[in-house]
Design a binder for this molecule. Sequence first.
Ligand SMILES: [Cu+2]
Length: 618
Amino acid sequence: MGLGGAAESLGAADLPRDGRGCSPAVTLNVKMGTFHKVMLGVVCAATGAGCARAQAAGGEACPRPATGSVIEEPEDLRSVGGVLRVDVAYRNELDVGGHMRYCYVFGDGSESPNLRVHPGDLLILELKNELTVAPGGMSIAMPMGGHGGAGEDPCSGGKMTAASTNLHLHGLNIPPICHEDDVLKTSIQPGDPPFEYKVRIPAGQPPGLYWYHPHMHGFTKVQVLGGASGALIIEGVERANKELSGMPERVLVIRDQDLLNPNAAPNPGAEAPPVVLDSDGDVMNTGTGTGKPAKDLSVNFVPVPYPNYEPATIKMKPRERQLWRVLNASAITYLNLQILWNAVPQWMAVVGLDGVPLNYIGRGGGGVAWQTHVGIAPGGRAEFVFAAPAEGVATLETLSVDTGSGGENDPVRPLARIVVSGDAPEPRAKLASSPEALPRPALPWLGDVAPVRTRKLYFSEILQDPKDPNSPTTFFITVDGQPPKAFDPASNVPNIVARQGDVEDWIIENRSLELHAFHIHQLHFLLLERFGSAVNEPFLRDTINVPFWDGKTSRYPSVKLRMDFRDSNTVGLFPYHCHLLEHEDGGMMGLVRVEPQAGAPVENLPEKASGAVALKRK
Ligand SMILES: [Cu+2]
């Protein structure tokens, strides 16, 4: 179906909601002078008393736009001649409200730019850990020279603390090895020299929206919540869908953050259901679609804080069609986007999810799903065409999401005013106007391949003190038949062993009272069933919402996924986990080890894969 066609249901992209819900190329190779800067602030032992807070004023290391600002597009860093080479400083600071900000500042001074590469390109990224503040506000003691103070190899799985970091390229089908996409053992410390990531983008990587963020088990939530994320775009979506040729495109990164006004009373007239906090201090789901949110949201770092929700601003020309590429980089917040004009929900023509065009390798459907609202789980992406109204102002909002009785509160709230005017500036980027069609994928369509086995996994939670509802929760994702066990970063023992070349079906159950978002590294999967009923989704995802259990029904909610281990880049040890990052940090992660196919050539396979799992080169 073309962009002008009739409505078609996207089905499983929906999320539960309550009744209310309804340039010229530039290669950056600028060495950062800050790599060797003198660290400021009071350095003291972590346990020392009376230490001053570092950078208490905030706003210098990680500057952020003001509430109500016009939404600026992230800078575009583009590959040239098949290579994108960038230097990144990873910094943090406390803002004036005592909230920790984290940021990626690139060699050109831009924060969290769009990294734009083509299939087959080489991405070389040098990451320097310049964190200076530990959670709680104490300065991080810096070793005098040397390497993180411990002399450890960043690939060795050594020290992992709140000051450590690494980088995950979410959604890319690249090897899970150090200096590429290993997150299990790679740990970069303040004081380490710049750490090189060197990644060959697969020739067959679907074109679309991906992203980068840290993945340091136990500390992922605090870093992502503080703003450590950015978009990575595989160019060529117009090659999969020619109706996008020449279309202006706009990248919107929606992040969550701790409430800027946590003690503010609700606005007069606003519904104010009782506030109940969970053990993390987050507002629990009120079940009404209203009330104080668990987290504030921001759009390209422009905050839209409770209780006024003063929206950010987007300017568009009348009736102009743009490709909106939306990333939910939230740590825990679900989105269900809608655009209203004169109180009428506007059509959004969804053309890609989780980086994959809807018609990339699927069958039927024509590559477009017409929606009036689009659910995006934390970690997920949606790309859709939106046509500005003829005049006036439209509103981008998120509808409420019912996260279950154990979930956080994600109420309905506005995000941005879309102001229509003839003199609105054009977005910086435009898709190519005469695209060459993408070649057909080399492998047969996943839906046509018979699985070699079916496995069942389930999400569950337990209170650490069952008698105390406010005690911390331990989070599990368990392979059915194994004892539930929180993820142990010291262990290299996989929960699942698969073989390259195979396709498997995984049933993921939710035995807890809140939503979870299943994500697996290195590959995309196909959604086959929801609640045991077949769904018709001729496209791929890398993150999927698993509905919550109501505590009563005899059958747990579930999804059935077809997992694709055919590509040699999936060989090695890598995680699957819930993408609500406090759940992941709390143990809701497991490991799969994909062993090389006997006799098959394996590209990019190191002598020793991440962790202690030795894989022989065939
Ligand atoms: Cu979860």
